[in-house]
Write a protein that binds this ligand. Structure first.
Ligand SMILES: N[C@@H](CCC(=O)N[C@@H](CS)C(=O)NCC(=O)O)C(=O)O
Length: 227
């Protein structure tokens, strides 16, 4: 039986969203504490995450107030590491790939998403990055999504999906909000809905129907979260 989990999160953070998806998928019981990104409490870096970023979790030790974490709990940071930890805690969950081959496939997908897709998404959504770079990364995502499965690995929503889904959601939602110069959003949306991105668009339709996604996504996630 897993021990107590306390999640330090921010509704504005797609990285924290990764962990909320993981916890929802495995059905974990946990307490959640919102860290306001523009006014982070000074104890957070001292007691939880020296990098002063969300997400983080504490695991084990007594169940205590999130602002006074126990020295007996383990502090775990970095969304992808936290999600591996959660997957390890719940080996029988459909979130956790079952054999060495599917675990390697998941890791390759996550690595590709982390380095070849998400930086371009982030640049475009939050930093005025180029539409061409974004479109190249969408083409790349199209190549790494499977032809005949609902999600990144199979028909189950796994650790691979938790890594990328928050960023796909942020991208699509930002297009709806009209955050870009005239024509940019339209160009990207047309690409997303066209043949070049058929798998990406189908993937997004599956993600937004997933109960864990519906339970964890709301419009508050559409805030600027980067410095
Ligand atoms: N590599 C980290 C990145 C986490 C990250 O960048 N978190 C942002 C929020 S989206 C943050 O806490 N930034 C600190 C700040 O805004 O001051 C992870 O995967 O957990």
């Amino acid at each position: 039986m897993p021990e107590q989990i306390t999640l330090y999160t921010s509704k504005a953070s797609p990285f924290a969203h990764r962990v909320e998806l993981a916890l929802a998928e495995v059905g974990a019981t946990y307490q959640s504490h919102e860290i306001p990104l523009r006014a982070k409490p000074t104890w957070y870096a001292r007691r939880i995450n020296p990098a002063n970023e969300v997400p983080a979790i504490t695991y084990g030790g007594p169940l205590v107030s999130p602002i006074r974490p126990s020295p007996d709990s383990m502090k775990i940071t970095e969304s992808l590491i936290i999600n591996e930890f959660i997957a390890d805690l719940y080996p029988d969950s459909s979130f956790t790939p079952k054999d060495a081959v599917s675990r390697a496939t998941a890791r390759m997908f996550i690595d590709a998403a982390e380095w070849k897709v998400i930086p371009q998404f982030r640049d475009f959504i939050w930093c005025g990055g180029s539409t061409d770079a974004l479109m190249n990364s969408l083409e790349y995502l199209q190549t790494i999504l499977p032809e005949n499965a609902k999600f990144a690995l199979c028909d189950d929503f796994t650790i691979a999906d938790a890594a990328i889904a928050p960023f796909v959601a942020q991208l699509v939602m930002s297009l709806d909000l009209g955050c870009y110069m005239d024509g940019e959003a339209k160009q990207v949306l047309e690409m997303l809905q066209g043949p070049e991105c058929s798998k990406v668009w189908k993937y997004w339709q599956a993600v937004k129907e997933q109960p864990s996604f519906q339970a964890t996504f709301n419009e508050n996630r559409q805030q600027k979260c980067f410095k």
